[in-house]
Design a binder for this molecule. Structure first.
Ligand code: ZN
Length: 420
């Protein structure tokens, strides 16, 4: 007998409805006999959402010590430099515990967080390493050693990166376009990737997050990936400069990214407001070439990046909201493209993070998300709260269905915003 039978699930990209069985916390073949039966009524169901790019150490610091009046990246960096002086382990943990709960409510069960390690005490990283263990039953976290102020442009940067790896970072990061010179940037990529190779870690570098079309560190990442045999273990995040590259260079670069089997993370929420700030009209979107990368067979994922911090005052940790913005900002409103957006917050980041045991196949841990919508298109259109989130076969989040009534010409009617 099953522990749980879920009836009438609509799976991404599939026609018709399916039943899903759970036994001992894992997916099992559906059977009529079950201790509990839940009717899903054709709701869209996906494996757990995967957040491949967030900065948990900075979440919920908006307005501390002051608000970002221009909304620019540079004012954000200046405010963070002030806020970071007051950082304590308890302060970091308190804010992160809250956002992890928001993420779980949104269906996220795997999170990769960048953590600023330009701090001789590594306060945030040490706090998050402890928290990673504390929350293991609820959320799987990967921590990236992220040198916010550079590896060669910050005093003792190399040593801090080594210390961060010793302290328990899972992934090695970088920020080559922010280093003082192009040479420092190239060296920082080579250092980070060698460090990762030496310790058997993955790589995730903030790369070319600028509108400067001369910022060309993604090609260095591709070359080092191939040279070190790190294919499939390396992610380039942001790569907004790609928006401004000439077509011939972009063609060559994208081919090499594919050859290196690199993963790309685009962050539509932050980058839609931060890029193009030095442009007079027309203002560039400053967004990586999502469609060209996907067409070339490169794995592209959607990241959230910030939740209420000095760079981005909005957000509530929902990857679906980021997908909704990319539908517009990346012009991905085509019929198949809307389905692709849902893969970009589920199976595609699962691949980038190297998750094993992920998915709805029989035998895997029974994690899933039930959307209050029948199709991918409706989910992106409505960005509804998640009806149900399961982890290892147990309900870990639930939202009661919203009921909206209009009184039309004196008669009460319910509306659900679905095309009938
Ligand atoms: Zn970032």
């Amino acid at each position: 007998m099953l522990d749980l039978l879920l009836k009438g699930a609509r799976l991404p990209g599939a026609d018709g409805l399916r039943d899903l069985g759970v036994r001992d916390g894992r997916w099992a073949e559906p059977e009529p006999e079950a201790a509990e039966v839940v009717e899903l009524g054709g709701a869209l169901v996906t494996p757990p959402l995967v957040e491949p790019h967030i900065h948990l150490d900075a979440v919920l610091t908006v307005g501390e010590p002051r608000y970002n009046l221009t909304g620019s990246l540079f004012e954000g960096i200046a405010i963070w430099a002030e806020r970071v002086k007051d950082l304590t382990a308890e302060d970091v943990k308190r804010r992160v515990r809250q956002v992890l709960r928001w993420q779980l409510a949104n269906g996220v069960q795997h999170v990769r967080s960048h953590v600023d390690v330009c701090d001789p005490q590594l306060t945030a990283l040490r706090a998050l390493v402890e928290l990673r263990d504390e929350v293991r039953g609820q959320m799987e976290m990967q921590l990236v050693a992220f040198p916010q102020q550079g590896i060669y442009s910050f005093d003792g940067g190399e040593e801090l990166m080594r210390k961060a790896v010793q302290a328990g970072a899972d992934v090695v990061g970088g920020i080559p376009h922010f280093e003082i010179t192009r040479e420092y940037g190239e060296r920082s990529v080579k250092f980070a990737m060698a460090l990762a190779a030496e310790h058997g870690l993955r790589v995730d570098i903030h790369c070319d997050e600028t509108d400067d079309d001369h910022s060309r560190f993604s090609e260095v990442m591709a070359a080092e990936t191939i040279r070190l045999g790190l294919e499939g273990r390396v992610t380039a995040s942001h790569t907004t400069a790609m928006h401004s590259y000439n077509a011939a260079y972009a063609f060559r670069l994208i081919n090499n990214l594919r050859r290196a089997r690199m993963h790309m993370v685009t962050n539509p929420l932050d980058n839609s407001v931060l890029q193009g700030r030095f442009d007079a009209y027309p203002i560039r979107r400053g967004h990586t070439r999502v469609k060209e990368l996907l067409d070339a067979g490169v794995n592209v994922c959607i990241g959230h990046d910030s939740v209420m911090d000095p760079w981005y005052p909005l957000g509530y940790g929902d990857p679906l909201q980021a997908a909704m913005v990319l539908a517009h900002y990346g012009q991905m409103s085509g019929y198949e493209e809307l389905k692709t957006l849902v893969r970009m917050i589920t199976v595609q980041p699962a691949l980038a993070l190297g998750l094993e045991n992920y998915g709805l196949e029989v035998g895997r841990p029974a994690g899933l998300v039930v959307f209050e919508a029948p199709t991918e298109s409706d989910a992106i259109r409505l960005v509804p709260r998640r009806r149900l989130v399961l982890r290892a076969g147990k309900v870990v989040a639930r939202t009661e269905a919203a009921r909206t009534t209009v009184v039309w010409d004196g008669v009460a009617e319910q509306v659900d915003f679905l095309k009938k």
